[in-house]
Write a protein that binds this ligand. Structure first.
Ligand SMILES: [Zn+2]
Length: 292
């Protein structure tokens, strides 16, 4: 199992370390009305741009801030008033300090600030993440929900406990009928569950169920990673996670060790469809086993 973790960590760490941010292009696409998504490197950004100003969800990596601001300015001129972090991972909060300097008010769940304020160790990547400087920390934090009334819409930010991490937030744009899922949604692939940061498969399933309960037939979902989708796409992803959870639970209940459970290949029939992202079937089985 150590070998497996090492291999996956290498795959994740090497591209990040060697990442050439100069080559990254920020691609903007309109999701619905005033809501846009921006893809570059790292978590997919959400943008609300309208009469009252600009609201940004996540900010990827620090070197990308100028390109992100350029892409936003092409949608609408003016400062970014708010930045909402969906969770504490570096590919979602890396631009916080830069954004704070431009005058943005940074908002996140209490646990995002708590983790960013102290040294962290990312077990999965075997990587130390030092505490962030003060200027990168969220200045407004919330425990359950916070609501923004801007751009003719109601933006409901809802905490979902112990899902991808212990500080995840979903953002619902009520009128535009869009939900930004943060890293609860790895669209079309097995998800990363950060067990060391308080994530769990039970919380992930509950969080996705909550998003579906908040949504309607035509809601668009922005994924933290991978393309966005409608309801069907998110339902298919939830079905996959539930079935892996049930299969792994059955093996664990029968007394199988982690090694035996991984060796039983409970995701064999799913890997071709869901195992093409950076989390492979064996790794996902390990996340699920460890959090049951
Ligand atoms: Zn993440």
């Amino acid at each position: 199992m150590k070998v497996l973790i090492g291999l996956v960590a290498m795959l994740l760490v090497l591209p990040a370390a060697a990442q050439d941010f100069d080559a990254v292009e920020i691609k903007a696409s309109q999701v619905s009305g005033h809501v846009w998504m921006l893809e570059g490197a790292g978590g997919t950004l959400g943008v609300s741009a309208g009469e009252d100003g600009i609201f940004l969800i996540d900010d990827q990596y620090a070197p990308l801030t100028p390109k992100i601001l350029e892409a936003i300015a092409a949608i609408r001129k003016g400062p970014v008033e708010f930045v909402l972090n969906t969770h504490w991972h570096g590919d979602h909060v890396g631009g916080n300090e830069n954004m704070g300097k431009t005058g943005s008010l940074i908002v996140a769940h209490d646990n995002v600030r708590a983790r960013m304020s102290t040294d962290q160790f990312l077990e999965f990547l075997q990587k130390d993440v030092p505490a962030s400087p003060k200027g990168a920390l969220p200045v407004v934090t919330f425990s359950e929900t916070v609501t923004f009334h801007i751009n003719g819409d109601t933006l409901r930010v809802v905490h979902v406990p112990h899902a991808h991490t212990d500080g995840d937030a979903l953002v619902q744009f009520d009128k535009a009928d869009v939900i930004h899922m943060g890293d609860l949604y790895f669209s079309g692939m097995y998800p990363f569950i950060d067990l060391g940061s308080g994530g769990s498969v039970g919380g992930l399933v509950a969080g996705i169920e909550k998003a579906l309960a908040m949504s309607g037939a035509d809601t668009r979902f922005i994924a933290g990673h991978g393309p966005g989708s409608g309801r069907e796409g998110l339902e298919g992803y939830l079905k996959m996670i539930r079935s892996v959870r049930d299969r792994v639970a059955e093996l664990k209940t029968a007394g199988k060790t982690l090694e035996e459970t991984v060796a039983a290949k409970p995701t064999a029939d799913l890997d071709e469809t869901w195992g093409q992202g950076w989390i492979k079937g064996d790794q996902f089985v390990e996340f699920v086993y460890m959090s049951l």
